[in-house]
Structure formats: C-alpha cells, structure tokens
Design a binder for this molecule. Structure first.
Ligand SMILES: Cc1cc2nc3c(=O)[nH]c(=O)nc-3n(C[C@H](O)[C@H](O)[C@H](O)COP(=O)(O)OP(=O)(O)OC[C@H]3O[C@@H](n4cnc5c(N)ncnc54)[C@H](O)[C@@H]3O)c2cc1C
Length: 312
C-alpha cells in the first residue's frame, strides 16, 4: 500500500462505503481501508429493517456488497488491512495499515462500534463455542435447540426473532422490567410463542466443557442465582466505539465517540468522522449513510477552499 490520495476513508461499513463512494463521485482520488469486516456490522444481519429504498427484511449480505460494488464502480481504491495509525505529515495525513502508509489531505474515520461484552466468567473461553454475536451465522447450526439472548433493545429483539425462526426456544433476558427497542420489534417479540421473556434478571456466568451447556442467571430483585440450560448465548448489551487509535488525534466525548460538527468535521483539520463512531449517532443504517455523504462533501469543500469548522 503506497501513494498519495485526496481522501482516505477508514472503515468499510455503510458509513465508510457511502463516504468513499461520494468522495470518488466528486472526482477525488479516494482510498478505502475496510478492516476485517467488509460491509461492517450489518453484513451478517439476516433481516435489516428501516432502510428506505430496500424491502423490509433485506439481508445484510445482499445490501452491503451492493454498496461495495457501487464504491468500486465509482473508482474507490480498496486498501488492504486494518488501519494502525493516522498521523500528521506536513499539510497531509499519513495513514498506516498493515505496516505500510499512504498520505491524504482528507481522512474520514468510520470505524463503527464493537458489541460490548458481558464481562462474565466463561465468555471469552467459550467464544465461538456457543458464545456468539451473529444470529444468522449460527442459527442454522442451532436448529431445534435453546438459546439465550441478553438485552431488550433493537439488536437483541431483531437477533432473537432470527433465532426463533430456527430454534425450538429463545429465552430473552433483560435486566429492566420491559423491552426497550422499537415498537415494531416489541410487538413481534411479545407475540412470538418461541420467545420467552425474563425481566429483572442478568447472566453472571457461562459454563460448559467444550461448548456452552448452561448459563448462570441472577434474579436482580431477590439476588437468587440459578442454572439455565442452553446451547448458545448472544449478548446485545450495548456497543463500544472503535476509537482507541484516534484518542490523541481527535476530540472524543465522554463515551469515547468522536466529536463532530453538523458537517461531520472533527477537531483535527481535514479529518471527519461518520456513522456509529461519531458522537450523537442515532445508530441506524440510514443515518450512517447520511453521515458518510455529509463527511465526503465537507472534505471536498475543505480540499477546495482550505476552510475548516469542527465541534464546539
Ligand atoms: C445486531 C444489529 C442489528 C442491527 N440492525 C439494524 C437494522 O435493521 N436497521 C438499521 O437501520 N440499523 C441496524 N443496526 C445498526 C447499524 O448496523 C449501524 O447503525 C450501521 O451499520 C453503522 O455503520 P458504520 O459504518 O458506522 O459502522 P460499522 O457497520 O460497524 O462498520 C465499521 C467498519 O469499520 C471497520 N474498522 C474497524 N476498525 C478498523 C480499523 N482499525 N481499520 C480499518 N477498518 C476498521 C470494520 O471492519 C467495519 O467495516 C443494527 C446493529 C446491530 C448491532
């Protein structure tokens, strides 16, 4: 990887793809570093909802490759590996990935978020052996078995519904006393005979020899703990922004997300942020795409006139 770009986009989810696509269409030489997951968080989601122009339930593995094809066709150059650093290099930025560097006058950070861990014993040891983050990947392997989903928000309900299509039973454990996500998911989850809801509880441990055999469930009112037999556990209990690399580069908010102004400009001249990684993101596909386009336009204006804003 080498060369001088107008713009380098870091992150290959919908925010990064849209930013790169828009930038290339504006005539800017644009490089895209996708990291491990081309297509981002949504690529493994079975049924995506709420994206205008796509049928409700469009699979992520259909939608995300389409965005990538559009970016390719617009002339975006795919740069291999994961970004390791972004550092000032005169009036340009040096972006390093897999040990080699390119430079760019504008950089768009779109590294998204990772799912938060439960942080309980057994979670790390049994990851990939019943501890999973992807319902559509593992549901066919769990046919007619029982799985636990932790969380009561959109992701937990969406993935719980996907699991319920294949499994005999899904036990959804939420620490509060109600489901918290969108009404359209709440209604379907509540009406699904295969989904059992347990409120006021949490998982305190995951156990099994070679694979998950049961989880330890704590009733948060009484404090009582009990074992629950399950073949798998999926936790959707929040997300963590992928910003460790950028801590000394741009201003972050208290949650670790990148501060931006309305044009997605960060505190560093020539660097924008887009998608789930930016402060105030509504965590929706449509919003990530909008951010990407906004960021590409802001960088394009900066390259034309050198003017910069940034968060207050
Ligand atoms: C289970 C689940 C279901 C969801 N369902 C829906 C839905 O139905 N409808 C909806 O509107 N929204 C949904 N969302 C939210 C939606 O996924 C996000 O809002 C959106 O995908 C965010 O896109 P993004 O590009 O900002 O981040 P991501 O999709 O997370 O992409 C980030 C990208 O950055 C890359 N990356 C990370 N670190 C580096 C690095 N160092 N170098 C290079 N690249 C890096 C990753 O590989 C990835 O490609 C769902 C989320 C989850 C978790």
């Amino acid at each position: 990887m080498s060369g001088e770009y107008d713009v380098v986009v870091v992150g290959g989810g919908l925010a990064g793809m849209t930013a790169a696509l828009t930038s290339a269409r504006l005539g800017r030489r644009t490089g895209l570093i996708t990291g491990n997951v081309v297509g981002g968080q949504l690529v493994s989601i079975d049924k995506i909802e709420g994206v205008p122009g796509f049928p409700e339930g469009v699979p992520g593995y259909d939608l995300c490759p389409m965005a990538q094809e559009q970016a390719d066709a617009a002339g975006v150059e795919l740069l291999s590996g994961s970004c390791e650093s972004v550092a000032a290099a005169g009036d340009r930025w040096s972006v390093t990935s897999d040990g080699s560097s390119v430079t760019a006058r504008g950089v768009i950070l779109a590294t998204g978020t990772a799912l938060a861990k439960l942080g309980v014993p057994g979670e790390e040891r049994l990851f990939g052996k019943g501890v999973s983050e992807c319902a559509s990947c593992d549901a066919p392997l769990l046919r007619n078995k029982v799985a636990v989903v932790v969380g009561g928000g959109d992701s937990a309900m969406q993935e719980g519904l996907t699991l319920a299509d294949h499994l005999s039973k899904v036990i959804l454990i939420e620490q509060g006393d109600a489901l918290t996500g969108q009404a359209s998911y709440r209604d379907r989850v509540s009406a699904n005979p295969k989904i059992e809801l347990r409120f006021g509880a949490t998982v305190t441990g995951i156990e099994g020899d070679q694979t998950v055999s049961h989880v330890r469930v704590k009733d948060l009112k009484s404090g009582a703990e009990s074992d629950l037999e399950t073949a798998a556990i999926f936790a959707f209990v929040g997300v963590v922004p992928n910003t460790a690399l950028f801590r000394d580069l741009v201003q972050l908010d208290a949650t670790g997300r990148i501060g931006v102004d309305a044009a997605m400009r960060t505190s560093a001249k020539g660097i924008c942020a887009a998608g789930n990684v930016r402060a105030g993101s509504p965590h929706r596909a449509a919003a990530a795409m909008g951010d990407g386009a906004t960021a590409a336009l802001a960088i394009d204006r900066y390259l034309a006139n050198g003017e910069w804003g940034g968060p207050a």
